[in-house]
Each structure stands twice: as C-alpha cells, then as structure tokens.
Design a protein around this ligand. Structure first.
Ligand SMILES: [Fe+2]
Length: 437
C-alpha cells in the first residue's frame, strides 16, 4: 500500500479519508459527518504568538477519553529521562561506541529504546534525551504517546512505518521522522530488523533555522517536508496504550484501536524529511563555516542563537577550499555533541566510527580529527574532492549530556577511543616551516 503525503513545513493542512468528513467553515459542528467526534489537539498554549501557535482538529470515531481507561505502571527500564545523573561509575571522557546489537529476543520499537544521554529536566520542559532503538518485531496492538516531548527518529538500518493517529509515515535510512508530543502511534518494520537513533525533545518544537544572509533558499527547504494524509482503522479488539509522562510509564487497556481519526486539519502534525534533499552551503575559497551551516532543524531555548537542540547533518558534498585544512578543526565547545553515522565514513575519523555507532563529545571536552585524518588532510593535494556516500548527524544541545548506566556499561563502548589522537605529533621546532618529517 502506498501512502500519500502533503508537502510543506508548518503548513495549515487539511485532509480527510472519507468524503465530506472534514467540516468546512467551522471546527465543531453540532453533529459532525459520519457521527465522528471533534477534538482539538494543542501543541502550544492557546495564547502562543501566531508564529509558534500550533493545534489541530481531529475528527475521530471515538474521542481520546475513550482511548484511555485506568492506568497502571508499565516497565520500561532502559528509557530514562532527565535528570538522570550519577547512576554509573564511568570517568569523564570523550566516548565512542560501536553499534548496539539487534536483540535476539522479540523486541518492538518501544521496548527497544535505550537511552544513551539525558540533558536538562523533563519536568520543566527543557533539554533532551539521546536514545538508540533496536527492533525486530512490529507493534501490533500496542500504541504509545509521549507527553514528555516530540521524537525525532533517525533510522540507520531498516525501514519503519509509523502508523499514527494522523496518518501513516514510512521512512528508510537516510530519512527522518518527527512525531509531535502527545501523538498516538505504533511502529511496524518494513524490511526486517531495525536500528537507529532518537532525539527526545523536552522543549520547544523543532523548527527550521533562520537562514540569515544565505537568503530564501538552500539548506532544508520547506517543500521537502512531508506530512501524511488522514488514515484510520476501525478495529474493535483489545489494544493497549502506553504513555510516557514526566519520565514514568503507564499503560491502559482499551477495546479498540486508538488510530481512528478519519479527518483532520491544522498545523500540529507529524512529518518526514529526506536528508538527501538538504542543499548544503559551504566554503568556496578558503576555511569553512561552523557546522551550524548544516543545521536541518533547530529547537530554540528562548535565548537567541542558543539552541535547546540543533539537529545537524554532514551530507555528501564537494570540498574545494584552497590552502585549507578541510576536515573539522580541533575544538572545544560549550554545546554538547552526540553524533551518529547513518552510512559511509565521517570525514574527521578515518576508522573506528562505523555506521550505527555513536560518539559523545560533551561540554568543553576537546576533540577533532584522529591522527590518521590529520596526517592525510595536512598533506593532501587540494584538488576538488567529493565526499560521497556519507551521512553523519549530530544532536547538539546547550546542556551537558549526562550518560546513562546503560551507555556507560555497554559492551560496544570503545576503551581505546582516546588513542585516536595519541599519534598527533609535536610539529613545532622553532622554524617557520615546522617539523613535517
Ligand atoms: Fe565537535
């Protein structure tokens, strides 16, 4: 079955899966068509400024109050929320991991979420969590909504089908999906076991960054974001709804599917984006800009230019700068950087950072190209070179990212990561040329 999408970022969409299901000219008729219930889902306070005011009207078989019964506690031991501090003994350091293995026991998307870092405070709606997910079975009668934040999903292996109350989104590695706070969904696997990364954004929603002097085009263009058309199922059989709420998990059992929205309109909705449609802007003579030039989505913190989260990619691109050290330079940042690799090779690391792996360079901890990468880049013949077949990304936050015990004790943690800089030699010998022997 092919699913349809509507283009645009933050548009006021309207969609119906039965003709005439969507009221016209008003939101709440006395009796909506087909006997549907009208319901508003708010993504912002009612009185938020127009530019950040988000809500949708859903026309559904049953109202959401019928999609919850009594709640009981639900175990989700590997999905942590901030603050989650000092639950391990690992010393401070630059960290890197090989991929998290796909489990051998049956694990669906929600059960397969493992938190790597948390930042900020879920209770005050600031900060984020970086997770990995591993899954080998579909969610069938289980559904989730996360009251704690929106979810940015970055598949690395295996396609995912997000069956949400507002429509169906299919994503493959190289695409991303954003599920707004509160949206009910389940996840199916398209082509076998799946692995990827998740950013849980406790704060203000992701939006497109301002382009400043770049102008009206390039980077992530609004038309390349896709929101699903309405889709519903009429399934009267036992189902469960799992809720993440202020860091704790609850479950409720109901007698029908909560995915029963026949029509909806509004600007609070899930979307997907193909990272290959990102139009990178970069250096065309010498040096290169900060990696913020590759920001796909930014979640503002309320302080100008200081993101709660930036979602940044390192896509295929030409390197043409003259007389320039072309890889990322050595640096120490106030922001904290969680990185993953979707495919290929990242240009600052010659080895050890593999697809499905991840790295963490926390607040003010030094990092940069490994010794091999430095050697190659320092001696390279600076012809135009295309970096091809590569896609790395970063969840960067203004807050320090606190490691979970799961990540600290993960068997794929590389003990020797710090050795990648060991062979960076002293080149200073008092001469202008330096020692390049
Ligand atoms: Fe960095």
């Amino acid at each position: 079955m092919a699913f349809s999408y509507m283009p645009g970022f933050g548009n006021d969409f309207e969609t119906e899966s039965l003709p005439g299901a969507l009221p016209q000219g008003m939101n709440s008729p006395q009796r909506p068509a087909y006997g549907l219930y009208a319901e508003q889902l708010s993504g912002s306070p009612f009185t938020a400024p127009r530019g950040t005011n988000e809500r949708s009207w859903l026309y559904r078989i049953r109202p959401s109050v019928r999609h919850t019964a009594r709640f009981s506690a639900f175990a989700q031991p590997h999905w942590k929320s901030a603050p989650n501090v000092d639950d391990h003994q690992l010393a401070l350091g630059q960290l890197r991991w090989d991929p998290v293995p796909i489990p051998t026991v049956e694990t669906d998307f929600v059960a397969g979420i493992r938190t790597v870092t948390t930042a900020g405070d879920v209770l005050t709606q600031v900060g984020m969590a970086a997770h990995v997910y591993v899954a080998n079975v579909d969610m069938v009668d289980d559904h989730l909504f996360n009251a704690d934040g929106e979810l940015l999903v970055v598949p690395q292996q295996g396609g995912l089908r997000f069956v949400t109350e507002m429509g169906v989104i299919e994503v493959a590695p190289g695409e991303i999906c954003v599920l707004p706070r509160g949206l009910v969904f389940k996840v199916e696997l398209i082509d076998g076991p799946a692995r990827g990364y998740l950013c849980e954004n406790y704060g203000a929603k992701f939006t497109l960054p301002d382009r400043g002097p770049i102008g009206a085009n390039c980077l992530a263009n609004p038309r390349d974001f896709k929101t699903p058309v309405a889709w519903f199922e009429e399934k009267d059989m036992p189902c469960r709804l799992i809720v993440k709420w202020c860091g704790r998990f609850h479950v409720t059992e109901i007698g029908h599917s909560p995915l029963d929205v026949v029509a909806w309109h509004g600007n609070y909705a899930p979307y997907k984006y193909d990272l290959s449609t990102f139009s990178p802007v970069g250096a065309i003579l010498f040096d290169h800009p900060d990696p913020s030039i590759f920001t796909v989505l930014t979640a503002p913190s309320g302080e100008d230019g200081t993101a709660n989260i930036d979602f940044v990619i390192f896509p295929p691109r030409w390197l043409v700068a003259e007389n320039t050290f072309r890889p990322p330079w050595y640096h120490r940042n106030i922001m904290s950087e969680f990185m993953g690799l979707i495919r290929g090779q990242y240009d600052a690391k010659e080895e050890g950072f593999v697809p499905g792996g991840m790295s963490l360079h926390n607040m003010m901890l030094a990092h940069g190209p490994d010794a091999t990468g430095f050697e190659k880049a320092s001696r390279a013949d600076l012809k135009p070179v295309k970096l091809d077949d590569t896609m790395a990304f970063m969840f960067e936050t203004r807050f320090p990212q606190m490691l979970t015990r799961f990540a600290a004790e993960l068997e794929t943690l590389q003990d020797n990561y710090i050795d990648c800089w060991r062979d960076l030699k002293k080149r200073f010998n008092g001469t202008r040329e330096g020692d390049w022997s």
